[in-house]
Design a protein around this ligand. Structure first.
Ligand SMILES: [Zn+2]
Length: 372
């Protein structure tokens, strides 16, 4: 055999080995993606007043889910506490000190929804740090994507203010971390929690390195997130609000993804995809009038995973925001985890529904920034 023949033979052998690996599930083509998750009993330690919806039992439900959830290539990741420097990339030092001062104290009321008990500060550091641990695992290639199931949630927290159950803005701190530590220039945050993420919007309002896209019920708490909130200065066009009337479900969200979220995300070509994953737009959730089902959350995950695979080497991290019906939360998180495996088994949702007027308005406003 001449030299060329030997090389050809070697190549054939490699392809044969590779196909065998793929068949056994060890290859990369159509193989299951490695999904990391963070879910820790310490997230129970942030207490709330009796009857408060954002309660420790949410974590119990997710811990129970992860006990029985099985899928190939699912990896448990230990959370760490975020460092003060990491928090201060998104929050004022004076405000951080204010939250820190609640540690060990019986109760401090920030607003009628947001109460700090003795372990709330430490739990909030572990909440932000849970997402940072997940990001580190993804950036090191130890997992492909993942889900940080943390509490307290974050997207209402502003630079200098706790509100809406939130102390530190986990997803914003995650985006800042990707900017500073990994020097990424384009980060996409999609926020499908039923409430508008006022804190996240404010953090990046003048910033074109972070594209913030929110789908939310409107008008609803906290009152921000109108179609015309599009960002300022360099950030113009990099805040995209899709304010749905109550009653929207899988069809309307699928139409929004097809007409707006996916095209804009692809044109932005993110280097990392973050999801502010709240499940309070589920039809059984007590805090909204929306009608999403597990299939709707699966379809949104699938769409963003496709964006991540085409633009950011598959790098995608979801972080838990709201979601207050425990059964709805469990089934929807399971659906998201299934989709993150990349098997693409979900049913394609019918597009449509009754929110075309809203989508037309968003298209009109953003047509000068994006091809829509
Ligand atoms: Zn919410």
């Amino acid at each position: 055999m001449g030299e060329k023949g030997a090389i050809r033979h070697k190549l054939t052998e490699t392809i044969a080995e590779y196909m065998l690996k793929v068949k056994e599930g060890g290859g990369s083509i159509n193989a299951v993606l490695r999904t990391g998750y963070v879910c820790d009993p310490r997230y129970r330690n942030h207490e709330v007043p009796p009857g408060h919806p954002e309660r420790p039992e949410r974590i119990d439900a997710l811990l129970a889910l992860m006990e029985r959830y099985s899928r190939e290539e699912i990896v448990k990741i230990e959370p760490r506490a975020a460092a003060i420097e990491e928090i201060s990339a998104n929050h004022d030092r004076r405000y951080i000190d204010q939250v820190c001062a609640t540690a060990g104290k019986p109760l401090f009321v920030f607003d009628p929804d947001t109460h700090a008990y003795s372990e709330s500060y430490e739990t909030a550091l572990l909440s932000a740090g849970g997402l940072l641990s997940l990001i580190e695992h993804i950036m090191a290639g130890k997992v492909d994507n993942g889900f940080a199931m943390v509490r307290p949630p974050g997207h209402h927290a502003e630079a200098d203010q706790a509100m809406g159950f939130c102390f530190f803005n986990n997803v914003a701190i995650g985006a800042r971390y990707l900017r500073s530590k990994y020097e990424l220039d384009r980060i996409l945050i999609v926020d499908w929690d039923v409430h508008h993420g006022n804190g996240t919007q404010r953090s990046f309002y003048a910033d074109n390195s972070v594209l913030y896209v929110s789908l939310h019920q409107y008008p609803h708490y906290p009152g921000t997130g109108a179609v015309n909130d599009i960002g300022v200065a360099d950030g113009m066009g990099y805040t995209v609000n899709i304010p749905f009337p109550g009653g929207c479900g899988d069809g309307e969200y699928a139409a929004a993804f097809r007409r707006i979220v996916e095209p804009i995300s692809r044109q932005f070509a993110p280097q990392f995809v973050l999801i502010s994953a709240g499940f309070d737009a589920h039809r059984r959730d007590p805090l909204s009038q929306m009608r999403l089902t597990r299939e709707g959350f699966e379809a949104m995950t699938r769409s963003l995973l496709a964006v991540a695979r085409d633009h950011s080497q598959g790098r995608l991290a979801a972080v838990l925001e709201g979601g207050y019906d425990l059964d709805a939360l469990e089934e929807s998180v399971a659906g998201v985890l299934d989709e993150l495996g990349g098997k693409d088994l979900g049913v394609e949702l019918p597009h449509g529904g009754g929110a075309e007027t809203v989508l037309d308005a968003v298209t009109r406003v953003h047509r000068r920034f994006w091809r829509l």
